[in-house]
Ligand binder design. Structure first.
Ligand code: SF4
Length: 343
């Protein structure tokens, strides 16, 4: 099958055009046609010379994706988009309302191979990596749902983005390209459970996206029970890679900590977490555990006490409130099912 033209970054498309004997600058017009005009066929690309369009149509494919099904939370207006990509790869995105702003959470894989014990996506196993075009198509659909304005993008949906690094990197480059959507990389955050070599690749790359690391639990034995990837990349190595990233980029990192009631929320757990991250410029997000398929207990007094303890250590600590509880749209609940539909 011919490759999808939307899987190419502009630099890659320029190279293809050069090989076809055409001027590389036509790539900017192709990006404008695809991402500003919404062209879904080569014939639609009015701003690209016909000769170039014919050559591109010979070497690439371009067809519209199926429209996603949209579920809207009656509780808080969160929107969950369910995509069916070719080859029966389901994926989900979420448009999250905040204080006067909307953000989108995108998937990088259909399913996930990491198998975290608390995560519905992990229970699916990996169906397949999503291609750059399938990641940028989620952005386009979320942008439509958001009425044309999104303030930030997070790659925290289905999948581990760093196990699909090349496609994630291409998607971030395509989304931020000024000839197309022009969404700034500085307003994108990529979240990882701790794939150390890929954290280092991000640090060494030119990508300006922010880094979020899922700590989940600060005790390595407990973490190993919750996050199988701990056996391959122990938390101390993950934190060391995050520390190097902050130093190299002069940036802060986000640490995500899932609070399990009575499991990792004691004062001793808070002290252990602080010892781990105390010398790293960071922001800590506490996420009350959302069990698969149902609303969690939310912000309990124990969660609040944990936050207070971390703040007393001087760590900027925020509570991430559950979104879309009635449509299974919260962290760890994405499983490409229609369960909990709120219409
Ligand atoms: S939490 Fe993230 S890395 Fe772990 S199984 Fe779920 S999607 Fe994969």
């Amino acid at each position: 099958m011919k490759p999808d033209i939307r899987d190419r970054t502009r630099a890659e498309l320029e190279e293809s055009l050069s090989l076809l004997g055409e001027k590389p600058l036509h790539a900017a017009a192709v990006f404008g046609a695809l991402y500003r005009d919404g062209a879904v066929s080569f014939a639609d690309m009015g701003r690209v010379p016909e000769r170039v369009r014919r050559l591109l149509a010979r070497d690439f494919r371009l067809a519209p994706f199926e429209k996603p099904e949209v579920l809207v939370s009656a509780a808080d207006g969160t929107r969950k988009l369910l995509f069916s990509f070719p080859g029966r790869a389901p994926a989900e995105s979420v448009v999250l309302p905040g204080k006067g702003r909307l953000s989108a959470c995108l998937s990088s894989q259909s399913g996930c191979a990491c198998g975290c014990s608390f995560c519905s996506t992990g229970a699916m196993g990996l169906v397949r990596d999503l291609l750059p075009a399938e990641i940028t198509a989620q952005y386009a659909a979320c942008l439509r749902e958001a009425g044309g304005e999104l303030s930030s993008l997070v790659f925290m949906g289905m999948g581990e983005p760093f196990l699909n690094w090349d496609n994630f990197r291409r998607a971030a480059q395509i989304l931020s390209d000024d000839a197309g959507y022009g969404f700034p990389q500085s307003r994108m955050t990529v979240s990882t459970v701790g794939i150390v070599p890929a954290i280092r690749e991000l640090t060494a790359s030119g990508l300006k996206v922010k880094l979020a690391v899922s700590v989940v639990a600060a005790d390595e034995r407990l973490r190993a029970r919750l996050v199988p990837m701990e056996a391959r990349y122990p938390l101390r190595e993950v934190i060391a890679a995050a520390r190097e990233h902050c130093a190299a980029r002069r940036a802060q990192v986000f640490f995500e900590y899932i609070v399990f009631d009575g499991v990792n929320d004691s004062a001793e757990d808070a002290a252990r977490l602080w010892r781990l991250i105390k010398d790293i410029p960071c922001r800590l997000n506490l996420i009350p555990h959302n069990p698969p398929g149902g609303p969690g207990a939310g912000v309990t007094p124990r969660v609040k006490a944990f936050q207070k303890t971390m703040m007393s250590f001087g760590v900027r600590t925020y509570l991430r409130l559950e979104k879309g509880p009635d449509i299974s749209a919260a962290c760890g609940q994405l499983a490409a099912s229609r369960r909990g539909s709120a219409g």
